[in-house]
Ligand binder design. Structure first.
Ligand SMILES: Cc1ncc(COP(=O)(O)O)c(C=O)c1O
Length: 290
């Protein structure tokens, strides 16, 4: 088992002792939300944006957070403080709490808060130097009218199926379409294409998580004078793209070198490289202001 720092309701415990009730609705029904904050130079990066999204997720599920932001922020810091590594991946999960064996959350009085920290994943250098491999998954992202993918919830089964498809083909990520055939996002990252010098990413109304990194990419592109827009993209746009990259809190900007067995030429592309370098500056600038 890898090394983790784990807390349950604010108390730090050994991994072997980290237990929650089988009557926790997070376990029973995936009735939970979560966020992942990373550190840069040992400091929390963009924690304010992640907390804002955690509130939005809670609000969408009729589950306002019971702990104040100060507590959550301090807990993220405490998790990192206990880590034996330099840079952390810090996850806080908030579940509906323990209740009756009944779908309705009325019997759940107190939310359960679980913290899990691990070393920030180190993706292979090759993925940045030559591009990673992604596939287009057969399994679709659920529509906004179902459990809205904009909610960062514990319901990730479509994404689990999609990443299983990806790994079985030696790909690091799977791009998921919605049921109407529009591109949405990957299993744990957002996707961007570059066409004719313009950076495009699926529009939020197609049903996807509004990635914190995705937001930074819009701001970064504006700052360095690259056009960046939301768009309704289909699979043919992906295949016709000059460049493709994916973004997330742990990956930053990762160029795509293969879509399935098709190799993209000149990876990383010039625009991807420019965006990646500019985002790298943002990471360190924001972290230094904390
Ligand atoms: C489904 C999904 N899309 C996109 C992302 C990327 O979001 P962020 O940039 O906030 O890490 C994630 C992150 O885990 C995710 O789970």
């Amino acid at each position: 088992m890898a090394e983790y720092v784990i807390s349950i309701n604010g108390d730090f415990v050994e991994t072997a002792d980290a237990r929650i009730s089988v009557l926790d609705h997070g376990f029973l029904f995936g009735d939970s939300i979560y966020e992942v904050v990373r550190t840069v130079n040992g400091r929390l990066f963009a924690a304010d944006r992640h907390l804002k999204r955690l509130h939005a997720s809670g609000h969408a599920l009729g589950m306002p957070l019971q702990r104040p932001d100060d507590w959550l922020l301090e807990h993220f810091r405490q998790m990192h403080k206990r880590a034996s590594w330099d840079e952390s991946y810090l996850r806080i999960i908030v579940t509906r709490g323990v209740g009756e064996l009944d779908l309705h959350p009325g019997s759940c009085a107190t939310q359960t808060i679980v913290g899990i920290a691990k070393p920030l994943p180190q993706w292979p250098h090759d993925a940045y130097a030559h591009g990673c491999k992604v596939i287009v998954a057969n399994v679709r992202r659920n529509p906004k009218q179902a459990t809205d993918p904009a909610i960062k919830s514990g319901n990730y089964l479509n994404n689990v199926l999609a990443i299983m498809e990806a790994r079985s083909q030696n790909a690091v990520e799977a791009i998921m379409m919605n049921v109407e055939g529009f591109l949405t996002e990957c299993t744990t990252s957002n996707v961007f294409i570059v066409k004719g010098g313009v950076v495009k990413t699926p529009a939020l109304h197609q049903g996807l998580l509004e990635g914190v990194t995705r937001g930074f990419i819009f701001e970064t592109c504006k700052r360095v004078g690259i056009a960046c827009e939301e768009s309704d993209l289909r699979e043919e746009d992906l295949h016709g793209a000059d460049e493709v990259f994916i973004t997330s809190t742990t990956r930053d900007v990762m160029p795509v070198g293969f879509i399935g067995d098709r190799k993209l030429t000149s990876v990383p592309g010039t625009i991807t490289l420019k965006v990646a370098n500019a985002y790298h500056d943002v990471l360190h600038d924001v972290a230094n202001q904390l």
